[in-house]
Design a protein around this ligand. Structure first.
Ligand code: DGL
Length: 260
């Protein structure tokens, strides 16, 4: 079992940010990444639809023999991870907006969260947010349209800049000193976000934390790969290959189109 791959899925290319951290931290592990770009964005869909897609992705990865699954999508995690953990025997790692570190570190007591509608309206997000937002102003902003642009490869277009300015300006006015990225796709916007935000605003992205958590859950379940050779990385997408291929261009990986 320990030489089997780690399965990673997202609604598209966003989870590649997590794949990269996992690969850097756990080079001996093989990974299988599933990009469900055909059904992106998940964010505006209802809970039932997000759950259905998450089940489909999970079952595909389990059928491929994955020993652990990383739900590299905040929207799928907040809407489906409880169900997945209850109904499948493989361990799951998820990702949620990291409101806790932002709340604990904020000096201005004003924090921004940029995430999808599906994440911000989920029960799981509300539960966490309630615990940490007592003495805090939390500006929640749905990132409508951002995932679609990233899936089209528009990481730095005029349209993207305008959209981000519209979403960030109220946060800047409210003097946030932390911006929590609540969607794995937004990782790729780090350079423009830094440009658009005042220099005192810290951006929290949880990709590294997810990789560390993956490492400890593998260990705990005695699933770490003990074969002393570098793992392989395989990518499947059911959307167009251009954007994913471009984001992976410096990596030595296998990319395949999947009818899914
Ligand atoms: N990467 C997904 C997330 O973290 C994007 C969701 C979407 O497809 O709208 O939420």
């Amino acid at each position: 079992m320990s030489s089997k791959p780690i399965g990673i899925f997202d609604s598209g290319v966003g989870g590649l940010s997590i794949w990269k951290e996992i690969q850097d931290l756990l080079p001996l592990e093989s990974t299988l990444y599933l990009s469900d770009s055909k059904h992106a964005p998940y964010g505006p869909k209802g809970q039932k639809a997000i759950l259905k897609l998450s089940i489909k992705n999970t079952e595909y990865l389990i059928d491929q023999g994955c020993k652990l699954i990383v739900v590299a999508c905040n929207t799928a995690t907040t809407n489906a991870i409880d169900y997945l953990r209850t109904n499948y025997s493989v361990p799951f790692i998820g990702i949620e907006p990291a409101i806790k570190p932002a709340a604990l570190k904020s000096k201005t007591k004003s924090v921004g969260i940029l995430a999808t509608k599906g994440t911000l309206s989920s029960h799981l997000f509300h539960k966490t947010s309630r615990i940490y937002s007592n003495d805090l102003v939390v500006i929640e902003q749905v990132g409508d349209g951002i995932v679609e642009l990233i899936e089209q490869g528009e990481l730095n277009s005029k349209k993207m800049r305008n959209l981000l300015s519209t979403y960030l300006n109220p946060m800047i006015k409210a003097e946030i000193d932390y911006l929590v990225l609540g969607c794995t796709h937004y990782h790729f916007l780090m350079p423009i976000l830094k440009e658009l935000l005042p220099s005192n605003v810290n951006i929290i992205d949880s990709a590294k934390a997810v990789a560390r958590q993956t490492k400890s859950v593998l260990k705990l379940n005695k699933l770490s790969n003990n074969v002393r050779e570098k793992g392989s990385s395989q990518f499947y997408t059911n959307g167009t290959q251009t954007v994913i291929a471009d984001l992976l261009k410096f990596e030595n990986v296998m990319l395949e189109k999947l009818d899914f």
